[in-house]
Design a protein around this ligand. Structure first.
Ligand code: C2E
Ligand code: MG
Ligand code: MG
Ligand code: MG
Length: 268
């Protein structure tokens, strides 16, 4: 209880400090400059079959190689990117590299995170597919990770984009599942091939108050089973979490236990 309160206070302090840092450094100007300089790289984190440890794919995670501040993670700039709309340009720069890496790699899939903003552009799917074609990469080896927000924003357009991608082999995964609205109706209305169970639930599996997390994860897995879609547990940090996920019937997982995000993709 005290630990939790302490953490919450720290989070507020941290947010305030971060905001101030952002203002004084004029991060937005930095971000624009970084886009021109293409100072972004994908880090790749392995996604494994939990039962036998086989690597089935990787998630590409955005990193900004800042000229003065070193390597920045999305927590440092994603909110600004979303607000300013610059995230779209950053994402395209990243996808370009991922697609290039994909064309060179041997096997397994790579998933990329897609900002909800992209679903406002009707040509998102064509542009992504064009990029894959230009690089000579197999579309069925790319997956897109979307959040529930994208499904609610402009449903008809999102449906059209996801359908176009699906037709050409690009599967869609629902990221951070359980943290958003988790409305059951959209799961069969949209072509979603998998759910990524949010890290907060996985962390709760072997922590205090585990009954709630167990119940939630069980419900998510039952839902996925009914729909016939796959499940990926996020943020698996302990052997105990992995054991419970396997026991509950979660097929895939990613997390520090298995591998941290790395600058170069290890061949799957
Ligand atoms: P996400 O898509 O849910 O990605 C998983 C995040 O959890 C990553 O943080 C990853 O480094 C972290 N993670 C993985 N395993 C563990 C673990 O065992 N323990 C803990 N504590 N964390 C773990 P990261 O790379 O900082 O990314 C944060 C978020 O930023 C992502 O969450 C995603 O929503 C967003 N993001 C990342 N890359 C991109 C991108 O290229 N474009 C867009 N638009 N958003 C991105
Ligand atoms: Mg993701
Ligand atoms: Mg996620
Ligand atoms: Mg997440």
């Amino acid at each position: 209880q005290a630990k939790r309160a302490g953490r919450a206070r720290y989070a507020i302090f941290d947010a305030a400090m971060r905001e101030q840092a952002v203002r004084s450094l004029d991060l937005e100007a930095d971000l624009r400059r970084a886009i021109n300089r293409r100072d972004f790289v994908p880090f790749y984190q392995p996604i494994v079959n939990l039962a036998d440890g086989t690597v089935v794919g990787h998630e590409a995670l955005l990193r900004w190689q800042h000229a003065r501040r070193g390597l920045l993670t999305p927590a440092d700039f994603i909110a600004l990117g979303e607000e300013s709309g610059l995230i779209e340009q950053v994402d395209w720069l990243l996808y370009e590299q991922v697609v290039r890496d994909l064309a060179r790699g041997d096997s397994g899939y790579v998933s990329v995170n897609v900002s909800p903003r992209h679903f406002r552009s009707p040509d998102f799917a064509e542009r992504l597919l064009g990029m894959l074609e230009d690089a000579g990469a197999d579309p069925s080896r790319l997956r897109v990770e979307i959040t529930e927000v994208a499904l609610l924003d402009d449903a008809p357009r999102t449906l059209q984009i996801l359908s176009t991608l699906r037709e050409r082999g690009v599967l869609a995964l629902l990221d951070d599942f359980g943290t958003g609205f988790s409305a059951l109706s959209y799961l069969h209305r949209f072509p979603i091939s998998g759910l990524k169970i949010d890290r907060s639930f996985v962390a709760g599996l072997d922590a205090g108050g585990r009954q709630e997390s167990l119940a939630l994860v069980r419900a998510i897995l039952a839902l996925a089973g009914t729909l016939g879609i796959e499940t990926v547990g996020e943020g698996v940090e302990t052997a105990e979490q992995r054991r419970i996920l396997i026991e509950l019937g979660c097929s895939f997982g990613q997390g520090y236990l298995v591998g941290r995000p790395q600058p170069r993709r290890v061949a799957a």
